[in-house]
Design a protein around this ligand. Structure first.
Ligand code: GLA
Length: 413
């Protein structure tokens, strides 16, 4: 009996602790603001507090934005115990004070480090300090960690990020883990169990070419995204001045179609009404935040004119008509056909008509749900015009401005 008992106890002692990330985090793509795109190293306590205030006062919080993330340059060194030291000049009251302030606004607080020896701005990185830093972040009250890839030399991506995941888990505070290794080791193939989002490319810049190039690179990645695990085509440049209003509308629309994290990167305290109407287009945000968590796929690629489709919960879908060219396009859109598109896995197709007839038992009826996929069952909402389309015929000519989009939501009647 004693033997059995000791075998039992021994067995119990050796049950391996399975590595894991926190459950139920980022079930829809994270929404927030990050300092890098506009302010780079010019971060301070005053700026972060101002942005937290502006997130509330501008209506961004009500639209769903939640995280205030300080990117690189908040940290300067490590002390004799290896503890990370914030820049005292820029953050006179320390990071806990700032986290408390952000929390007092009903928002969440994010911070940045790197998996290597140094960050991209040569500040101390996390390598060798993972567990210590994770405990420090938990003490500060951090809710979101962006973890970069600078200073990583010959490190392995998957094991480096898994190590930080384990450290965060051990520290006990649920923290959204944002992996930023720029797509180097195809994180979409392994990061679903490691983090909540992962950058898929190098850095975005505030230009049409950069944005549209990054968008194109997401094309084959839809199957890796879902609740709690998102492809990250980088933060938004909307409002930073390098693109036209039309291009920013396209940028925002494409990110929503991709179920991307929506991390604004502009000055929230000084937004024009156009920029506000883009970042706070609640009908577009609802596409991004749909609970099904699907990333759009390309349905038709005619070069400069493309059609992208994103399945939504409740048998609805969003369709994006994208004009990448420098000229206005007038395209004949067959809405009856768009209504019929359904997803086969992560591809979108028009189902074949059912082949019923004498001598062909068992060929019909049509696959599940197809009967519903007809124009009569939907109203079509233009998500930038904010009105329903009046479809007199099943097809119509639609104008799409240069570098522009049309986004339609097929809403069940
Ligand atoms: C890298 C990241 C950027 C930003 C900078 C900060 O380039 O990809 O998003 O965090 O580092 O130095």
């Amino acid at each position: 009996m004693k033997k059995i008992l000791s075998v039992f106890i021994l067995g119990f002692l050796f049950i391996p602790v399975l590595p894991q990330k926190f459950e139920n985090l980022a079930l829809t793509p994270p929404m927030g603001w990050n300092s890098w795109n506009k302010y780079q190293c010019n971060v301070s306590e005053a700026l972060i507090m101002q942005m937290a205030d502006a997130m509330v006062n501008s209506g961004m919080k009500d639209a769903g934005y939640q995280y205030i993330v300080i990117d690189d340059c908040w940290q300067v060194s490590r002390d004799e115990n290896g503890e990370i030291v914030p820049d005292k000049g820029r953050f006179p009251h320390g990071m806990k004070y700032l986290a408390d302030y952000v929390h007092s606004k009903g928002l969440k607080f994010g911070i940045y480090s790197s998996a290597g020896k140094v960050t991209c701005q040569e500040r101390p990185g996390g390598l060798g300090h993972e567990y210590q830093d994770a405990r420090t972040y938990a003490r500060y009250g951090v809710d979101y960690l962006k973890y970069d890839w600078c200073g990583s030399s010959t490190q392995d991506g998957k094991s480096s990020y898994s190590n930080m995941r384990d450290a965060l888990y051990a520290a006990g505070r649920p923290i959204v883990f944002s992996i930023c290794e720029w797509g180097t080791s195809k994180p979409w193939e392994w990061a679903g169990t490691v983090g909540n989002l992962w950058r898929t490319t190098g850095d975005i810049s505030d230009s049409w070419n950069s944005m549209i190039d990054i968008f194109g690179k997401q094309r084959d990645l839809a199957k890796y995204a879902g609740p709690g695990k998102w492809n990250d085509p980088d933060m938004l440049e909307v409002g930073n001045g390098g693109m036209t209003t039309e291009e920013y509308r396209t940028h925002f629309s494409l990110w929503c179609m991709l179920a991307s994290p929506l991390i604004a990167g502009n000055d929230l305290a000084n937004m024009t009404s156009e920029i506000q109407s883009i970042l706070m287009n609640k009908e577009m945000i609802a596409i991004d935040q749909d609970s099904l968590g699907r990333q759009a796929s390309c349905f038709r690629d005619n070069g400069e004119y493309q059609i992208w489709v994103k399945s939504l919960s409740g048998n609805e879908k969003a369709v994006c008509l994208l004009n990448k060219s420098d000229e206005k396009k007038s395209v004949l859109v067959d809405f009856a056909l768009l209504a019929k598109i359904r997803s086969f896995g992560f591809r979108y197709e028009i189902p074949e008509p059912a082949q019923e007839g004498p001598g062909m038992p068992g060929m019909g009826p049509k696959p599940f749900g197809d009967k519903l996929l007809t124009l009569e069952n939907y109203r079509i909402r233009d998500l930038w015009e904010h009105k329903d389309l009046v479809v007199k015929e099943s097809s119509a000519y639609i104008d799409i401005p240069p570098h522009g989009v049309k986004i339609y939501r097929f809403i069940k009647k």
